[in-house]
Design a protein around this ligand. Structure first.
Ligand SMILES: N[C@@H](CCC(=O)N[C@@H](CS)C(=O)NCC(=O)O)C(=O)O
Length: 209
């Protein structure tokens, strides 16, 4: 099994933090994403969505999508579960994963891609195109994430973790999403509970690096 990834990439970081939390080590290969290696063979055939991370199984099967990779690794290594134990825990973690992904991460991803000059010509992940960067996408992304933080703030009062009483994949994805918001200069301290929770999750050894 080999993980193809790119260290600094937000979605690559998800899997790296997940592996560290699980105490797992797997063979890892760094793809030169900035140089466009994802569009060249053999990688373009391995993942026609031209994105990292993706997991190459010994059978040759490819599993792309950071959450799918984490779910697969969790199924193979159920100890120290990060997707929950009971049906209720699993449902709550899934609920938060979807909230974070749909209401914050994806809007912020498009916000970043439409704002940062180095993403010109690459506004959609895994593409090279002449689609222009649209500042309205950045504005709306920040507005959407603001709504997410507004809604999450009271729910984190007195709570250590996003979903339930234990650290989970939702905390990983949530904290890395806040990092994106900070990169866009959103003032996370405006949401004190979100800020406190993010500080605590960011201090974990798995989140260093
Ligand atoms: N939904 C995918 C997104 C993967 C993705 O967007 N990867 C980015 C890095 S964070 C990438 O490889 N981009 C290459 C490019 O845009 O050319 C996942 O969760 O793994």
């Amino acid at each position: 099994m080999k993980l193809h990834t790119f260290g600094p990439a937000a979605n690559g970081r998800r899997v790296a933090v997940f592996l560290a939390e699980k105490g797992l080590e797997i063979e890892t290969s760094e793809l030169k994403v900035r140089e466009g290696a994802q569009f060249e063979e053999p990688f373009t055939t391995m993942n026609p969505f031209h994105c990292v991370p993706f997991l190459e199984l010994d059978s040759g099967q490819i599993i792309a999508e950071s959450i799918a990779i984490c779910r697969y690794l969790e199924a193979k290594h159920p100890e120290n579960p990060l997707f929950g134990r009971t049906d209720e825990e699993k449902a709550e973690i899934e609920m938060w994963l979807r909230r974070v992904e749909l209401d914050a991460f994806i809007p912020l991803l498009h916000a970043v891609r439409n704002a940062v000059p180095s993403f010109a010509g690459r506004v959609l992940p895994g593409t090279r195109s002449d689609l222009p960067q649209l500042s309205v996408m950045t504005t709306r992304g920040v507005e959407t994430a603001t709504l997410f933080f507004d809604r999450t703030e009271p729910l984190l009062a007195g709570k250590e973790f996003l979903a339930g009483d234990e650290f989970s994949i939702a905390d990983i994805i949530g904290a890395l999403t806040v990092n994106m918001a900070k990169a866009l200069e959103m003032d996370i301290e405006a949401w004190p509970n979100v800020h406190r929770w993010h500080q605590a999750i960011s201090a974990r050894p798995s989140m260093q690096g």
